[in-house]
Design a protein around this ligand. Sequence first.
Ligand code: HEC
Length: 181
Amino acid sequence: MNSLRSWQAILVSLVLAANTIHAQDAELARGAELLAPFKQDLKKALKSGLAEGPAEAIRVCRVKAPAIATALSVDGVRVGRSSHKLRNPDNTAPEWVSPVMRVYLDDPSSRKPHITELGADTWGYVEPIVVQPLCLTCHGSELPPDIAMQIADLYPEDRAVGFDVGDLRGVFWLEFPKETQ
Ligand code: HEC
């Protein structure tokens, strides 16, 4: 009888664990879905900025990126970009994001979307940002002189250079409320 009970207990905890994993899959998907417009709008803005020249592209990153983040931060959702090598210190991540970023940095195989519970009401979602060829103009090792000059002017404490394609550039992070059942 006792052993039957313990088998039952094991079974229940397995089912519960499976449910938890399942629930986190759903939250991962929801995080990705909530983040998608930020990524899309940002990429579109950067591409059209670059087509108009370096000054406009820098303006996009400096003005439009935070504006898009603010526009999407409604209904209890908060979204942003951050990095271990910041260009703008205003992009410092919330505290809970730093350990995830550290793991992404130390172990490239861990660079997958990550979900974490932030207290009783909120989920935290993080996605790695990897450097693409397009990013090197402003984050690579040798910036075109006009870009280097503007960046030095706007960001005297810039640390966001010297990246190669495939490097971890930073993260997108997102906080969103748990849905009430
Ligand atoms: C035209 C220049 C330019 C290009 C191209 C560019 N960036 Fe940036 N990036 C900037 C500037 C300027 C900032 C600072 C924005 C601010 O003031 O919030 C920035 C900030 C960031 C940040 C926020 C963290 C921080 O360091 O402040 C991330 C993440 C980032 N860039 C990733 C990328 C990625 C990935 C690409 C390629 C897809 C890219 N950037 C292409 C100029 C550029």
